[in-house]
Design a protein around this ligand. Sequence first.
Ligand code: HEC
Ligand code: HEC
Length: 228
Amino acid sequence: MTTTDYQAAVPLAAISELHADAPCIRIGKSGLMKGLLAAALLFGPAAAWAQDKPAAPIGTCIDCHGANGIAIDPATPHLNGQPEALLINMIETFRGGARPPKVRIHREIPAADVAPLASHYSQQKAQRPKSATRPELVARGETVYQSRCADCHVDNGRDSDKEAPLVAAQDVGYLIAQTLAFKKGERKFPFLMDGSYRDLSDEDLTATAHFFAAQDQVAPQTGRRRRR
Ligand code: HEC
Ligand code: HEC
């Protein structure tokens, strides 16, 4: 199912409502039977499918991010538990072109789908699988984190200030790639984050990725641990 399929379901349902009384007006009994049969054939399967349809247009997102936001492949971000407003920011950053996505679908998400998608993934509470991390890099990453990143990626990456995404328990391969993408200029630095990178080596930055990945995620039952 694609987001386009999802959108097609809306006009179908609307037409189905119109059909409830419209055919009776001008056609005879046999015409009515034919009409009803055609309607049953047309709308029967659609109605059954509409009931199975998830509340959000997650369509092909499932192939990579799973229905519950747990990434299927390495180097793909987990989306579960990321606050709704931050997910909206991320998707809008793709749509607006400031962050060129590796997968084109991100740029093409229809405006009307952004909020329902963000709402869906923000509410998922599955446990994230822990990436394999190296203890010496986690320790080095913590030092860099405390002096450079903690203002915005608050509480070891489990909370957020200045619209920074939650990065605790995120996939390590994804974090390494993104952390370095800012340095290489492949991803545009958000407000003020560039200053925090000054003079950091690739090893320092890779270490922060190990540090964030090694943190426990926000407790699945409670959502965000702390509000600011
Ligand atoms: C073919 C695999 C694939 C599909 C399909 C896909 N994504 Fe992604 N998504 C990725 C990858 C890989 C990244 C990270 C790399 C990039 O593009 O910047 C990503 C990044 C994201 C991010 C940013 C996460 C972050 O932490 O910054 C969001 C939000 C997102 N995807 C939402 C979606 C939604 C919503 C859909 C469905 C409309 C979707 N994706 C479909 C693979 C996919
Ligand atoms: C002034 C606030 C601020 C500081 C300091 C900061 N960040 Fe960020 N960070 C952000 C914001 C905002 C984003 C979201 C950017 C976007 O969506 O384009 C972000 C995104 C990220 C991401 C991508 C997360 C994702 O899910 O895609 C990583 C990784 C990251 N920061 C690492 C770091 C590291 C490492 C440091 C310290 C060296 C740091 N940040 C310091 C604000 C900050």
